[in-house]
Design a protein around this ligand. Sequence first.
Ligand code: SD4
Length: 331
Amino acid sequence: MVTRRNFLHRSAIGSVAAAMGGTALASCSEMTKEAPVVSKPVRPLAISTWDFGTKANAEAWKILEAGGSALDAVEAGVMVIEADEANTSVGIGGAPDRDGRVTLDACIMAPDGHCGSVCALEHIVHPISVARMVMEKTPHAILVADGALEFALAQGFKKENLLTEKSRLAWEKWKKTSKYEPKINVEVHDTIGMIAIDQKGDIAGACTTSGLAYKMRGRVGDSPIIGAGMYVDNEVGGAAATGLGEAVIRVVGSFLVVELMRQGRSPQEACEEAVARVVKKYADYKDIQVGFIAVNKLGQTGAFSIQSGFNYAVKSNDKNEVKDGSYLVKQ
Ligand code: SD4
């Protein structure tokens, strides 16, 4: 007889099996003999990078709670941070490149695998919404620079000045004293990556940033690169990255985290292994920061970074909390 408890247990096993992929199926069916307690999937849920992720999660939650889609939720969530002038790494108020231009990178991915991205987009406050339109209204996945701007304007987005007085002054100061050696250290980073699971259990993700402060003109980081800065697979889970994009790209970090979860790692283990891979390929890893967040189909979460100081926000039923991620380099 299928009792409610059994049913929940079996559906959870089914989800785990789906999350783990075919190779794990045999062991999962063996598991049903000696049934371990697998909790009911946590949904809806939103997870975002950094402590300001609570604001993004709260906005996403309005949609998730009302039964809306994970895709709508992640877009609305990260838009809050794009519009926040105080955040100097995302949207308006983002630090400019070394020539004083604010160029934004963003990507979005839907549960069915569709994705859209814009790179080095200027003058538009909400690159995430342009990325979504690239996904939904063009036959392409990525538009860059002037082409992305032209497309955005044709879609009705307004051209705006994104260089705030505060960012301009900081850039003027940087020009006097700094070399053109952009490096993300422990202090300079703030990209938002968000993964959400809706009430149906569908998973979507978004990532948006102004990238590396005072970067070379035309530099694109990991954030708008599907698989590097963010990735979701609706059978498995999702992940997003923050930190030095050049290092994340070397291991296609977010895709790696999701694939590790597919092979049976927990979100925490997957983030730890991805950081280990970054470190292997980046000799000066002690000078940089890279962090990952992840969630699997069951709503279990994880996070890990190279350095201390990385935190992330998780919103589920009753809580919207900031958690400190664990990290590799102990001083
Ligand atoms: C980049 N990964 O452009 C981004 C920057 C970042 O927190 O994450 N900052 O390399």
